[in-house]
Write a protein that binds this ligand. Structure first.
Ligand code: GCO
Ligand code: MG
Length: 402
């Protein structure tokens, strides 16, 4: 069996997505997601110019060998561009293997460890009343886990909150938007948000919050401690994680669980955080962390330290990644939760999928392989549109972590 064709499809049904399609001499093809928000064409070129040519003639059944070939063979290891490209190939090959076997991917991984996958949705409000209303809507939709983000009094823009209300999409067309940030105002307000949520809704629902890398370690420690009475499921990305030792300081002060890893792309990025048990949930994703093959390695390593998975699942990872993630989640023994932000209708139409959402949980479906396809004709109707993530500045103009 041989790969005879590999091509990259870039489409913008509401937002940009990069998809790899790998075709075999037996008529079976597989697809993989290679979307890196705001830097899409770098991965598209990596695939088109450097990876697709060397895939031709390879046996698609040898997934592990192909993974090692692309990882070790490039000499330049890791990084989001490289690892997203490898991930797309890996996903496509697992898709092919599943189709050849006539089995959904989760069966190839070892079968289902649970009936369905618990997902968390985003309740976001420009102010406290709106945030609480959105939270109530999520409870009505059956979510058992809800992330809450809220506008902060005195601050013009906050991560995770749309200016006009409605679904949050951080990437914008044109020049990167500038947001301003005050850790002081944020730290003063956030405990009041959580107090209000627990007062009104009680403790039945898992409660999550994303700090989005904004605090220093000691500030993060203070926040975690202040939020302890509200029993969070997790506090996400409390401080940038390039320096993993920083999390020791946070841990010394608080038992609020911590989730990190959405911008990580290899097992090496999370090594110290996991082996020193500095985090509770690892948020790496199939697309940005080297595919199913590498995610499996990360999850197995994490399981040795009772760290559970909590994969990133924003709208900027395509419905192809969502499918792969759900197969992985259904199998992985140390599953925690899966993020699900949802998609614009146009994106759902371009990527016909077997996965489904119902009452706060999801299932990948039982179609062979990933159970996700791409409608290429429809995709061609939505050409690429340059878009950037915002940048954040402190109130005095200093560039900060967005
Ligand atoms: C999350 C994330 C996203 C990222 C986005 C960047 O927890 O879902 O923080 O909202 O900001 O994926 O492209
Ligand atoms: Mg996040």
């Amino acid at each position: 069996m041989k790969i005879i064709h590999a091509e990259v499809i870039v489409t913008c049904p509401g937002r940009n997505f990069v998809t790899l399609k790998v075709v075999t001499d037996q008529g079976v093809y597989g697809i993989g997601d290679a979307t890196l928000n705001g830097r899409e064409l770098a991965v598209a070129s990596y695939l088109k110019d450097h990876v697709c040519p060397v895939l031709i003639g390879r046996d698609p059944r040898n997934i592990e060998d192909t993974w090692q070939y692309l990882y070790k063979g490039a000499y330049w290891r890791r990084g989001p561009v490289t690892m997203s490209a490898i991930a797309a190939v890996d996903m496509a090959l697992w898709d092919i293997k599943g189709k050849m076997a006539g089995m959904p991917l989760y069966q190839l991984l070892g079968g289902a460890s649970r009936e369905r996958v618990m997902v968390y949705g985003h309740a976001t409000g420009r102010d406290l009343p709106e945030a609480l209303d959105k939270y109530a809507e999520h409870i009505d939709q059956g979510f058992q886990a809800i992330r809450i983000q809220c506008g902060v009094p005195g601050m013009q823009s906050v991560y995770g909150v749309t200016k006009g209300g409605g679904a949050y999409e951080p990437a914008t067309k044109g020049w990167p938007q500038e947001e301003s940030w005050s850790s002081e105002k944020y730290l003063d307000f956030i405990p009041r948000l959580f107090e209000a949520v627990r007062d009104r809704f009680g403790f039945e629902t898992h409660l999550l919050h994303d700090v989005h890398h904004r605090l220093t370690p000691i500030e993060a420690a203070r926040l975690g401690k202040a939020l302890e009475p509200y029993r969070l499921f997790w506090m996400e990305d409390p401080t940038p994680a390039e320096n993993q030792e920083a999390f020791r300081l946070i841990r010394q002060h608080t038992v609020t669980p911590i989730a990190v890893g959405e911008i990580f792309n290899s097992i090496w990025d999370c090594k110290q955080l996991i082996e020193e048990q500095l985090i509770d949930y690892i948020r790496t994703t199939v697309t940005h962390a080297g595919g199913i093959t590498h995610m499996r390695r990360i999850a197995d390593f994490a399981s040795m330290y009772q760290v559970r998975t909590g994969a990133h699942g924003p709208s900027d990872l395509s419905p192809v990644c969502m499918g792969a993630a759900l197969h992985f989640d259904l199998w992985v023994p140390n599953f925690g939760v899966q993020e699900y932000m949802g998609y614009p209708q146009a994106a759902l139409d371009v990527f016909p999928h077997a996965w489904e959402f119902r009452q706060g949980s999801m299932h990948p479906g039982d179609a062979p392989g990933l159970g996700v396809d791409i409608d290429e004709k429809l995709a061609a109707r939505y050409p690429y549109e340059p878009a950037y993530l915002p940048v954040a500045r402190l109130e005095d103009g200093t560039l900060w972590n967005w």
